[in-house]
Design a protein around this ligand. Structure first.
Ligand code: ADP
Ligand code: MG
Length: 318
């Protein structure tokens, strides 16, 4: 199907030493490093659902890979290979070229080889599978949080949600916020460094409360978060008033930051890690034995929103 397009993709895709056979045969052949486990994840983006129709093709390409690399980062894996399934309304070579600009720029920056895929006709959709490797037994799993762990988050929360809300309201979209929505940064280096340091880890794709809730349930624990400690980017601080901001930080999705738990004894190492990666890593709460997720304001009172009833979150996540 669409051999000219596939050939275009093949010519631009970079390889790696451990790719025995890449694009062009019935399947790819990849060589695993000894002593490692294979980590596999897949995510699809559909036009109108996961990105607005007018999103630039290069941004779609970046994000399609970024959301998958973010999943590998959350496991602590080293990304290695990926496959790409493209469903296109027509064989638009210019669109595919622009798509590859974004996709391959991110792939190249993490030495990820595109080793295969599928190309079909239909409403625009992109599906990526990413493969990474991990020394056996070293994965950062969702079920490993323990009572008294600190809870940390990388980068900033709420930017993507704020950008989406600006875009939906038809107003001017702040460029820095929009970049965070269109070109999220998978925290690969931090994820790798968290092996042997963090207990549990997840990437924040559906919103902090939802995603941290998954970790807490899987681990059989609860948590308290400090609302005033959630990291606010300069752009978000400029653009959005404090009460809406907190909603976006707690329940907005698409930030692709890592949220993880770690023993108190690891604080200094984690702070050094943030400095090394030039990315803030912020302590936002603590894991507790009692189930549920509590969010406190700066005075230690429960955070309550008339709009969404945050006081019910403890029940919702129990
Ligand atoms: P098959 O019929 O064996 O599935 P295809 O014609 O679908 O073969 O694909 C031919 C080769 O091109 C395969 O190696 C496949 O992995 C690769 N390929 C097809 N589409 C893509 C794509 N969108 N990105 C990368 N590789 C692709
Ligand atoms: Mg095929």
């Amino acid at each position: 199907m669409e051999f000219a397009l596939i050939d275009r993709i093949r010519r631009r895709a970079a390889s790696r030493d451990d790719v025995v056979l890449g694009i062009g045969d019935d399947a790819a052949i990849l060589r695993m490093p000894p002593g490692c486990e294979l980590v596999v994840t897949t995510d699809s983006l559909n036009v109108g659902v996961h990105f607005p129709r007018e999103t630039r093709a290069d941004d779609v390409g970046w994000k399609a890979l970024a959301v998958n690399l973010s999943d590998l980062a959350a496991m602590g894996a080293d990304p290695a290979w990926c496959t790409l399934s493209l469903t296109l309304p027509d064989a638009d070579a210019a669109w595919v070229d622009a798509f590859l600009d974004g996709f391959l720029a991110l792939a190249g920056s993490h030495a990820v080889a595109l080793v295969g895929g599928d190309t079909t006709r239909g409403p625009l959709a992109v599906s990526v599978t990413a493969h990474g490797t991990l020394p056996c037994g070293s994965a950062l799993r969702r079920d490993a949080a323990r009572a008294d762990d600190d809870i940390w988050v990388t980068g900033w929360l709420g930017d993507a949600a704020a950008a989406l809300s600006q875009w939906r309201s038809g107003g001017e979209c702040d460029a820095a916020l929009r970049a965070r929505l269109d070109r999220p940064t998978p925290r690969i280096g931090i994820g790798r460094d968290l092996r042997g340091v963090a207990h549990a880890c997840i990437d924040v794709s559906d919103g902090l409360l939802a995603d941290l809730g998954h970790v807490l349930r899987a681990s059989g624990v609860g948590a308290t978060l400090q609302a005033d400690q959630l990291p606010v980017s300069p752009a978000l601080g400029r653009q959005v008033d404090a009460s809406r901001r907190l909603t976006q930080q707690l329940i907005g999705g698409d930030d692709y930051e890592l949220c993880f738990s770690a023993p108190v004894a690891q604080r200094a190492r984690i702070e050094a890690m943030g400095a090394r990666h030039a990315t803030p890593i912020t302590r936002i709460g603590v894991v507790e034995a009692s189930s549920g997720l509590r969010v406190l304001d700066a005075h230690g009172g429960p955070v309550i929103s008339r709009a969404s009833g945050w006081d019910h979150f403890a029940d919702a996540s129990a």
